[in-house]
Every structure is written in C-alpha cells, then in structure tokens.
Write a protein that binds this ligand. Structure first.
Ligand code: MG
Length: 386
C-alpha cells in the first residue's frame, strides 16, 4: 500500500523502529512485507497445519487447524485494516505469527506444559510465539530467529505478566515487553489483530461445531447474534429452498455474521479515532485501546463466546481428547527432560544450557501427529485410536 494513503496513526513502514540487528532495506518490499514473508517461509508456520485449533488433527480433515485459523484471522484483519487505512502488511504479519507458539493439542497442551515448567519459569503461548520468531527459528547465517521489526514483535507479544515482562526487559530494556510495565497499548494494527482473532474463531468454531455434530443449529439459535443472521438467511433462501442438511443456510448465516462483525469493528474503531484524533502511532499507544466493537456488538459476541465455551470447548468429547492431549504433553516432557538425547540434535545440544526449557521448546514446536508418534515411541502406548 502506498504509505501516503495510510492514516496518520498507522504504522508507516519508513518510521519503523527497526530490527534488533540492522539489515539493508528490503526494497522493493516494505519492512513489514519482509516480516510477513519471513513468517510464511518459517518452519513453525508450516507446522501450524497439523496443530489443533479445537479438534485434534486426526479427528477429521475438514476442521480448522491453527494454520487455517491464522489465515482467517489475517483475512479479517486485512479487511478491517484496509477500511481504516492501516498498514495491511503489518496486520498480516502479526496475524500469521500470532499462534506460532501454540503447543500441540491447543490450550490443554499449553496448560500441561505450563504445569511441567512451574519450577522453571512456566510456559505461555504468547511468550513462546515471540521466542519462536526471536530465537527458535534457525534459518539465517547472521542471527537466530527471524529478526523481525519491533512493530511485528510488539503485536506477537499480545499478553505478558508483569513478572515475565520484567524478566524480558533485563535482556532488552526497550523491547516489546516494556508496555506491560508502562501500562501503554500496542499500535493499532496489533490491537486490530487481537479483535480479528475473536471474530475469526467465534465464527469458524460455530461452523466446525455444527459440522462435527457436537452442536446443533437449534442450540446455536439460543444465541441472539446467530439467531438474527440465521433468520435473515432462512428468509433470503425462501420457503422450499433445497438444502437438506442446512449446509448452505448455515454458510449464509455465518457469512452475514462475519461481515457484520467486521463492519461493526471498523465502524466503532473509526468513531473512536474520530473522537481522539491521535497525531501518530506513538500518541495512539499512550491512549486507551482504540480498536473496539460497539457496546451492543461487544455484548452479543460475549454471549456467543460463553455459549461456545460451555457447549463446544467443554463438550465431553472435546474434553476427552484434550485430557489425552494433556497426558501426551506431560509424558513427552518428562521423557525428554530425563533423557535429552531422545530429542533432535539441536534441542539435545540446547539442553546443556537449560534442560527444562529445551524440552519445553521441543515439545511446544511439535505437530499433534508428531507428538503422538513420539509418545508411542517413548512410552509404547497409543492413546488415540487411529
Ligand atoms: Mg488465535
């Protein structure tokens, strides 16, 4: 995008705070296009294809994985960013990288690994995403990691406890952890991706929930937001519309809901910007969060998310699989921690410095199916029926 067309509070690539290790300009690309390209070519990005979003990877080929989730977040964020005249390349880079630190088996995997690491600094997927792009990717001769710009790293470090922030600041006093100590916001592109994540998962998890058979459309209709667009879709289809399994009406419902969520996000954010008129991106960082939904939409999304939590994420079948996932993670960690030679050479070597962290990094980077294969190799037990 021509940077003259960017809003004053957007992240203008030529005003980037740059990379930790200076590099020549990436012309004809912008700095943030280069970040996006580095993320797409990383091995952690490719591994997202076999990582759980809600459904464990082998449950079916048609459900969202971390990779398709990340692509949907990027689509939502870019649509909103273009309408708001923000830096689309930066939102795309942040969106594609935002889940790189997730363990196999989704949040259950993270919780299990965090429990294993309790005495060793814990494990948190946002911090791990930053660790992946800063250190664990090994593709360049001159540095560890991808050496991304400050703006992209700031967006990737979405959450961080005060204690963790202080630890990160010891090695990088001006780094992206600083805002958690100062109490300021990230740039608007990062704020936007955060909400695009919510838009994407609340829509696509509704879809996967129905298609998996764990949710019914009737259950979803107890949620006002869904019922509103489902009524619209039924009406548009008309009586006698040939849709025996309700697939096309469901798709129409969710398409309308997605469009409305993005339009609301753009409208409410534009109105907040209009009131505050920050002079530039740094002035915006000092203000309250600017990316937002309208109050009414915020309440409706909250209702949908609570529904998904109870009806889908805590569905007995999902819980059964996540409990198995937790067991796999804990036993893999224990096995590598007691015998680092079982890991690949790179991580076995790293374990000489910090044995616990090397095991956690190795386990966190795995795909669901590699984790299951390794678990079977190391324990002789097969927890999931293939
Ligand atoms: Mg996400």
């Amino acid at each position: 995008m021509n940077s003259d067309a960017l809003a004053p509070w957007a992240a203008h690539p030529q005003r980037s705070r740059g990379r930790r290790i200076a590099e020549p300009l990436p012309a004809p690309r912008s700095e943030h296009q280069r970040d996006r390209d580095r993320i797409v070519h990383s091995s952690a990005f490719r591994r997202l294809v076999y990582k759980t979003q809600v459904f464990v990877n082998h449950e079916g080929d048609l459900f969202r994985t971390r990779l398709t989730h990340s692509l949907e977040v990027a689509q939502v964020a870019r649509s909103a960013a273009r309408a708001l005249r923000l830096n689309e390349d930066l939102v795309e880079a942040i969106a594609l990288a935002h889940d790189l630190g997730h363990t196999p088996f989704g949040h259950a995997g993270q919780d299990a690994l965090d429990a294993c690491m309790r005495e060793h600094g814990g494990f948190e997927h946002n911090l791990q995403s930053l660790r992946v792009v800063d250190r664990l990717e090994q593709r360049y001769l001159a540095f560890d990691g991808l050496n991304l710009t400050h703006e992209t790293r700031e967006g990737i470090l979405k959450r961080c406890s005060r204690a963790q922030a202080e630890r990160l600041l010891r090695s990088e006093p001006d780094g992206p952890a600083r805002r958690f100590v100062q109490g300021t916001q990230p740039g608007l592109e990062a704020q936007l991706v955060n909400l695009a994540d919510e838009v994407a998962y609340s829509t696509h998890d509704s879809d996967d929930g129905v298609r998996s058979g764990l949710l019914t459309v009737e259950q979803l209709r107890t949620v006002a937001l869904f019922a509103h667009f489902h009524d619209q879709a039924l009406q548009a289809a008309g009586r006698g519309f040939d849709d025996p399994d309700g697939k096309r009406v469901l798709a129409e419902t969710l398409r309308r809901m997605l469009a409305a969520l993005i339009a609301d996000l753009v409208g409410a954010t534009a109105a907040a910007l209009e009131r505050q008129q920050p002079t530039d991106a740094d002035a915006l960082r000092a203000l309250a969060p600017m990316a937002r939904f309208s109050d009414e939409m915020r309440a409706r999304i909250g209702e949908l998310e609570r529904f998904l939590l109870h009806a889908l994420y805590r569905h007995p079948q999902v819980l059964h699989n996540t409990a198995l996932g937790r067991e796999v993670i804990a036993e893999l960690y224990a096995a590598y921690h007691s015998d680092p030679g079982q890991m690949s050479a790179e991580f076995a070597a790293a374990s000489a410095g910090d044995r616990a962290r090397a095991a956690a990094d190795y386990v966190a980077g795995m795909t669901d199916r590699f984790a299951l294969r390794e678990h079977e190799r190391l324990t002789g037990r097969r927890l999931f029926a293939a």
